[in-house]
Design a protein around this ligand. Structure first.
Ligand code: UD1
Length: 342
């Protein structure tokens, strides 16, 4: 039987590549990426482990004509998963226009093409728990109040969700889900794909694995004077393969279109909070590799605690996370060793 076609923008990125692999079990996948924050080698990794080879198109979604031609070539696609976006919080503060231009124009151009279709279409949007800021209530439900964004990056996620919500009201042919990711970590069990931070990593797990690989002498824990049991910040770390599978559950939910509304949001996390020190100690225990760490100052803009109430996704998307944080940490280390040839 011919498989339904799904376009994956940013499909060579960290979450996009893992999702493309999972999607290829059931769908014909078209990966779109401009290679601005990824490399073509990722495609080889995807091809090695995918059930069927995705098609790849190098394309810049900031270019309206490119988006038009993409939809013309793939007018048989039944859906699109939109990962393509810039995501470095610090850089977005330094260069807000770069973030607003890229993250918002690509979404608008995609919606303008969807608007021309005369068949039903399904869209999954990569959102983030960053939209909640420091939530009043933990675990965080989808009902939590959205506060003013801490960064232009966070603001692009909030604005994108608003654009999608407003547009969903006038296009009943379009079904949309925004997935609010908590902290994705780890790599595919094959170590054929994983996270490839460019430059010095800002995120915790890549910094830990690079420290273990000897690239950094030590890791700095950003503050131990938070109001948490060990004083360090708490996050909800989810294995990237579990997160990838949430996209398959979400697109299938849309295809079956059993929903009351054509726009919905879901938290995708494990529901479990883990502190920075717990992550560092879990890493040392599960890998038996010692890393040096020091306690430093708080990082600007960091929130104290964020972990998901994931019950809506479990109930309505029929999805649940399968991997433990130790599984995720071990897979991240295996990936780091592979790319460093250790
Ligand atoms: C960060 C972004 C978030 C974005 C997400 C994407 C910020 C403030 N938030 O989330 O908007 O959606 O990445 O992946 O940048 N830590 C250390 N030492 C380090 C690195 C991190 O102690 O060298 C701590 C941080 O203070 C934080 C925790 O580790 O408490 C997790 O940090 P990180 O991996 O950067 O994720 P978030 O800050 O949650």
């Amino acid at each position: 039987m011919k498989k339904n076609k799904i376009i994956v923008t940013g499909g060579l990125g960290y979450i996009g590549s893992h999702t493309a692999v999972e999607l290829s079990e059931k769908f014909a996948v078209v990966i779109v990426d401009d290679l601005s924050n990824s490399t073509i080698d990722v495609l080889d990794g995807i091809n090695k482990i995918s059930k069927s080879k995705p098609l790849f198109e190098k394309l810049d979604l900031k270019n309206k004509d490119d988006v038009k031609s993409l939809f013309k070539r793939h007018n048989d696609a039944i859906g699109l998963i939109h990962f393509a976006a810039y995501k470095a919080v610090g850089e977005s503060v330094e260069n807000p226009l770069k973030y607003y231009e890229n993250n918002l124009s690509s979404l608008i151009y995609i919606l303008q093409e969807i608007d021309k279709l005369n068949h039903s279409f399904n869209l999954i949007f990569s959102s983030s728990c960053t939209v909640y800021g420091q939530a009043e209530n933990l675990p965080i439900t989808e009902e939590e109040t959205i506060k003013k964004a801490e960064s232009p990056y966070g603001n692009t996620k909030q604005i994108s969700e608003e654009i999608l919500f407003d547009y969903s009201k006038i296009n009943s042919n379009l079904n949309i889900i925004s997935l609010r990711y908590f902290n994705p970590i780890g790599a595919h069990q094959s170590s054929s794909i994983g996270e490839l931070p460019i430059g010095v990593p800002q995120n915790l797990i890549p910094f830990i694995t690079q420290t273990a690989a000897g690239i950094h002498e030590k890791i700095t824990v950003f503050g131990d004077d938070y109001n948490t049991p060990d004083g360090t910040c708490i996050r909800d770390y989810i294995h990237v393969v579990d997160l990838a599978k949430a996209h398959i559950a979400a697109i299938e939910n849309l295809i079956q279109s059993k929903n009351e509304s054509n726009y919905d949001v879901y938290n995708i996390g494990t529901g479990k909070g883990t502190s920075v020190l717990e992550v560092i100690h879990s890493f040392m225990k599960s890998t038996e590799v010692k890393i040096n760490y020091v306690i430093g100052n708080r990082r600007n803009g960091d929130i104290e605690s964020a972990y998901a109430d994931n019950s809506k996704a479990i109930k309505k998307l029929n999805w649940s996370p399968k991997y433990s944080i130790d599984d995720a940490i071990t897979s991240a280390w295996k990936w780091e060793r592979k790319i460093r040839k250790l």
